[in-house]
Structures are given as C-alpha cells and as structure tokens.
Design a protein around this ligand. Structure first.
Ligand code: HEM
Length: 423
C-alpha cells in the first residue's frame, strides 16, 4: 500500500483552532463532520490529533488502512484494560472516580474474545435468522399499521425505538411489559459524552447497576428454567460465559443491549431521513418492489448512515504504520463513517444510491475478528422495514431537520418529525 502523506493540513479558521479534531461531539450533532473528514482523507488519512477532550489520538479515515489495522488485533488491541473501543476510554490505570471497568467481549482480545464470541454467535446465525423472519415481519407490519397517515409524529419514538426495543426483548426473553427500560439503559450506557463529570459518571453507573439488578433476576430465573433460544440461557449453558464475574456480566449485557439497540434504531431513522433527502432514490424503491433492490438499499443506507461513527484500538507496541510512528498505548480511532465515504471505493459517497453496485462492501459493521456478530439481525430488521413500507405504498416525509445525538460514537437521531403519505 502507498505511503500516506505525513503532513497535516493547517487550520485557516482562527475561530476553530482544531478543525481536524473529529471527536468533537458538535460536529456530529450539527451534521458537520463530512468536510473535516474529507480533508483528512485527502491530505492526512492517518493523522495524529495532539489535543482533544479525550487526549491525543490518531484518526484513520480511509478504507484500506482501517482493514489493515483490524486485521492485526495483537498489535492493535480492543482491550478494555487499555481503554476499550471508543476514543473516550483511558484504561484501568487511569480510571476516574465514578468509573468502573466493565469487561465485555467486544473489548477483549483473543483468546478470551474468541471463546465468548463463539458462545453467543450461534444465536445470530443463519438458522436463527430464518426462525426470526416471520415474527419480525409480523411485528414490523403491525407497528406500521398503528402509525397515522397525514399526521405529524416522531419517527424515532414511534417506529425506530419501538421496533428495536421489541427485538431486543425477544432476544433476551426480557419481560415484555418492562421492555422500555431497555431503551433508557441503552441510551445512558452507550453515551461516551457521559464521562465528563463525576455527576454524569455516577448517574451512568447507577443505570448500569439498575440494569444489572434487573438482568440478575432474569439470569436466576433462566438458571432454574432455561429457555431454548434466548441469549441468557445460551450464555448460562456455555463454559466460556457461565462463570463471568458481576462486572463482566454487566459489561456483556451493555454490549448486547447498546450493540443491538442504538445502532439498528439509527439505521431505521436513516431509512426515513436518507430517502427523504434523495427523493429520486426513494422513487426507485417506490416503483420497483424487487426484494433484491430492498436488500441493496438496506446495505446502502447502512453505508451512508454508519450508525457507529468509529471504533478505537490501542497500539500494544511501537510500530510504523504507513510512514507514521505509532507509540505503544497510542489511541487509534477508526472512522468507519469516513471510510464509508472513501471516494476511491464509493464514488459520490455523500449520496444514497439505492442500486449502488458495491453498497454491501461498507464497513458499518467493522471488519475482521470483531465484525458485528448481530449484523444479520440488523439486516433482517432494516430490510423488513423497507419491504413492509413498500407493500403498503407508504412514503415518509421528514418535516424538519432531525435532532441528532451529541457524540462521535453513536451516530444517529434523537427526534425526527415526519408525516406518512400513500403513493
Ligand atoms: C445496524 C446495526 C448495527 C451496527 C451498525 C453495528 C456495528 C457494529 C460494529 C462496527 C462492530 C465492530 C466492533 C469492532 O470492530 O470493534 C460491532 C460488533 C458487535 N455488535 Fe453490532 N452493530 C449493529 C447491530 C447489532 C445487533 C443487532 C447486535 C446484537 C443484538 C449487535 C451486537 C454486536 C456485538 C456483540 C459485537 C461485538 C463482536 C465482537 O467483538 O466480536 N450489533 N457492531
């Protein structure tokens, strides 16, 4: 691979002294991340940001170097001990008051990662997906049929959150009438901006304990009376997971809940927002109900949205990376949101093109040994939404700019006023 350019672009805006610090939450909540990422891709695809609220970190913004790094997990670690998988973490040596390490297998390296992933992976395999298909379709259809036509409502609240929460409750066999608690826990625990102050850290921890207590009850119930398909029964029956410490138990719950919730939710919101922004692409889906086009559109929406903007790795040794001297313990942010707009792979990547030839090459699920274990479940949910909307000949019109998540990790929407129309 060609050596990357070493020099960093200079800031020309005195009001914005660090325009290439793409970890700043406001770039994401104000939807202004695209231009700095474009500059980084063009001029410094591997770039060291010396000063940020998360300390110094490297940004990797193009497609191939991200794949390269993810293929070397021994050198580029995911471990929670070094700070885990977001740019926020500083590792167990630097824990702040009110922070508690929560090991989870996304933030582990082999061999621990391998064993725990292997335990839960079958719950997301092709035969399980087939088992979930009819129920997903029925639930999606029933929910869409409750939505008003020609009246304003919040798509995030009424559709995206509802569908993803229901799926999560099913995966865990969580008490159905209490399932909305999952949403609150997921929002609080996936928020990397909540590490700022002691008060926020304590609130976050309280949520983690509340969730841990609810799941401990479920765990005990499943130990007495195991189910066949739910994730807790699967974990309980596995050697790799049945002896997890309490922290590890909570960590893995957070992983499965945040992993499966905010991400899928935001891809469903992106379906509404993205197709509203590109009406000529929406028209293709309205006139052509070929299921293969719906599947391709699903991949393209995932590429365009990239519900997790980055994952982070930590260097375990000093190493040269395409001409850059990376030091042991340096933080490296892999910006999937940018790689999914890499001009050399996805021409005109800022646009949604529902029949884009290589849409499925997106990196929204990551790459390598940590590639999203729940990808098939997410794909099933999003494709089902597209098809059920087509079947009812329903179009979503977005009435105002959505309110976005204020963070550089979960990339999504808090509220989105819409109206449905029949076409
Ligand atoms: C559109 C929806 C989703 C997106 C964009 C997404 C994104 C990702 C990404 C980027 C990773 C890679 C992490 C890394 O390389 O460090 C990942 C891993 C993971 N995801 Fe997802 N995810 C989605 C849905 C789900 C669902 C539905 C679940 C489960 C219910 C899930 C559970 C997980 C888990 C457990 C991992 C860790 C895998 C490992 O470390 O081996 N995700 N996801």
């Amino acid at each position: 691979m060609a050596t990357q350019i070493r020099t960093a672009p200079e800031s020309t805006d005195p009001l914005d002294p660090n325009p290439l610090d793409v970890s700043r939450a406001e770039l994401w909540s104000e939807d202004r991340w695209q231009e700095p990422m474009r500059q980084l891709r063009a001029k410094a695809p591997i770039y060291r940001c010396e000063d940020s609220k998360f300390g110094p970190y490297w940004s990797v913004t193009t497609y191939k170097p991200i794949q390269h790094i993810e293929a070397l997990p021994k050198i580029f670690s995911s471990s929670w001990e070094y700070g885990g998988i977001t740019v926020a973490g500083d590792g167990i040596e630097h824990l702040k008051e009110g922070e508690m390490p929560m090991p989870m297998f996304i933030a582990m390296d082999p061999p621990q990662h391998t064993a725990q992933r292997r335990t839960v992976a079958p719950a997301f395999g092709p035969s399980e997906i087939e088992r979930m298909r009819a129920d997903t379709q029925a639930r999606t259809a029933a929910l869409i049929d409750t939505l008003p036509i020609g009246e304003t409502f919040d798509w995030v609240e009424r559709l995206s959150i509802e569908l993803t929460t229901d799926m999560l409750a099913i995966l865990f066999d969580f008490p159905w009438e209490e399932r909305h608690r999952l949403t609150g826990w997921s929002d609080a625990l996936g928020d990397i901006e909540s590490f700022d102050t002691l008060e926020k850290r304590q609130m976050r921890l309280a949520k983690a304990f509340e969730m841990g207590a609810a799941f401990k009850q479920l765990w005990d119930a499943k130990a007495q009376n195991p189910g066949e398909h739910d994730l807790i029964s699967i974990m309980l029956q596995s050697d790799a997971m049945k002896h997890m410490s309490e922290n590890e138990f909570m960590g893995n719950l957070i992983l499965l809940i945040v992993g499966g919730n905010d991400t899928t939710r935001n891809s469903m919101s992106a379906y509404a927002y993205g197709l509203h922004k590109f009406p000529e692409e929406r028209a293709k889906l309205e006139t052509n109900h070929d299921p293969e086009l719906a599947v391709n559109a699903m991949h393209e929406i995932l590429r365009w949205q990239t519900p997790l903007a980055h994952m982070r790795r930590t260097a375990t040794e000093d190493i040269e990376l395409f001409g850059h001297e990376i030091k042991a313990r340096d933080k490296i942010a892999l910006w999937y949101a940018s790689a999914n707009r890499d001009e050399s792979v996805f021409p005109d990547g800022d646009r949604i093109i529902v029949d884009r030839e290589n849409a499925r090459r997106h990196l929204a699920f990551g790459y390598g040994i940590h590639r999203c274990v729940g990808a098939r479940v997410a794909e099933l949910q999003l494709t089902t939404l597209i098809s059920e909307m087509q079947r009812r000949r329903l179009r979503v019109n977005v009435l105002a700019e959505p309110e976005r998540v204020h963070a550089s990790f979960v990339h999504g929407y808090r509220h989105m006023p819409v109206q449905l129309e029949k076409y």
